[in-house]
Write a protein of this length. Structure first.
Length: 335
């Protein structure tokens, strides 16, 4: 072929078609689990132990804001995105009180914030794990904050132990029928419980049962084809451990335990991560993203984010390690 111009066109076209160029090489957006994930401000995303609220075609990623130390005033951050790959830092949406008499003052620990929108009151309601200043992890309470707008600022309301139970690692789940639930580690983390929220999402009802007494944390719930799934971690602090998961046909149980769904290098330590949430991908039924934190205890703000696709076959969940992937994974893999 003595036509260099034709070679210039044909060879790259062939490579692209044949999939010879990886997503990174073509600059197509992709997820890189565990790698530094820079927001549009050029700084690693500081939203840990968090979860994502999707509304008006925008993703709102709420999480622990660790920059400046985990006991300073800014407590919860939000990042926004329209494509899940590129994130803009929206700053602190919940800030600890400067009032030394407040239980929500500087010095308290804020972990695993989650936000739901309440359609009846119009409010955005945040629940999070609160430990009181100077008391280590002994308070074991859940706290509530509210806002009129999704990006805050959120106003601290109160904290409590649901039905008298300790509440540490937690998540919220909003079901299709509008009922919301807190899933929480109680009884010094030996019991995973689920408690229905009041209609305004501001308090716990007495509809509160045990999921399992297996000493688990990091609850990450989702629902597919009418079945409830709950991925959890074991309890080893910031050190990673093996995940497991539970399934149930009724959200109040009974729940059945299943072994570790992770596959690939470091599957027995959840790829050196700990579950925080599962995100249903809008517009892709059956597509769910597993979200985990790769904790760096001495530098929490730089803890990594591990996002991986979940494969569901019958009752079986599989989370397979990928160095890099993108949302088209869900179109190529059976759900
Ligand atoms: C983990 C928990 C984290 C944090 C950490 C502190 O077990 O999941 O949210 O509380 O312990 O050591």
């Amino acid at each position: 072929m003595n036509k260099p111009w034709l070679r210039t066109i044909l060879i790259p076209a062939f490579c692209l078609t044949a999939g010879f160029l990886s997503a990174a090489e073509t600059n197509a957006p992709a997820f890189h689990p565990g790698a530094p994930w820079l927001a549009t401000d050029g700084v690693h995303i500081d939203a840990h132990g968090g979860a994502i609220l999707y509304e008006n075609k925008t993703f709102y990623w709420f999480g622990e804001l660790q920059n400046g130390g985990r006991r300073r005033l800014p407590a919860v951050s939000v990042y926004t995105s329209t494509d899940l790959y590129h994130w803009t830092n929206g700053g602190a949406v919940l800030t600890r009180s400067t009032d030394s008499n407040s239980e929500f003052r500087a010095g308290c620990i804020v972990e695993r914030p989650k936000v739901l929108h309440n359609p009846k009151t119009g409010k955005y309601v945040m629940w999070f794990h609160l430990e009181l200043a100077g008391r280590g992890y002994n308070a074991a309470r859940v706290a509530v904050a509210v806002s009129d707008t999704v990006i805050g600022p959120y106003r601290y309301v109160n904290s409590f132990r649901p039905n008298g139970n300790m509440s540490r690692d937690m998540n919220l789940y909003l079901d299709d029928d509008g009922k919301a639930y807190e899933i929480y580690a109680a009884n010094d983390n030996y019991d995973m419980r689920i408690c229905q929220l009041s209609d305004d999402f501001l308090s716990a009802t007495t509809n509160d049962v045990m999921i399992a007494s297996d000493h688990r944390e990091g609850p990450a719930p989702f629902k597919y084809h009418g079945r409830y799934y709950l991925i959890t971690s074991a309890c080893t602090g910031f050190a990673p451990n093996a995940a497991n998961y539970y399934t149930a046909d009724n959200i109040m149980g009974p729940w059945t335990a299943h072994p570790n769904p992770c596959v690939g290098p470091k599957a027995d330590t959840t790829f050196d991560g700990q579950s925080t949430a599962v995100l249903p991908v809008p517009g892709k039924p059956g597509a769910f993203i597993f979200m985990a934190d790769r904790w760096v205890p001495r530098d929490l703000k730089n803890s990594g984010h591990i996002w991986l696709p979940i494969q569901i076959k019958g009752d079986q969940l599989t989370i397979t390690w990928q160095n890099q992937w993108d949302l088209s994974w869900f179109d190529k893999n059976a759900r």
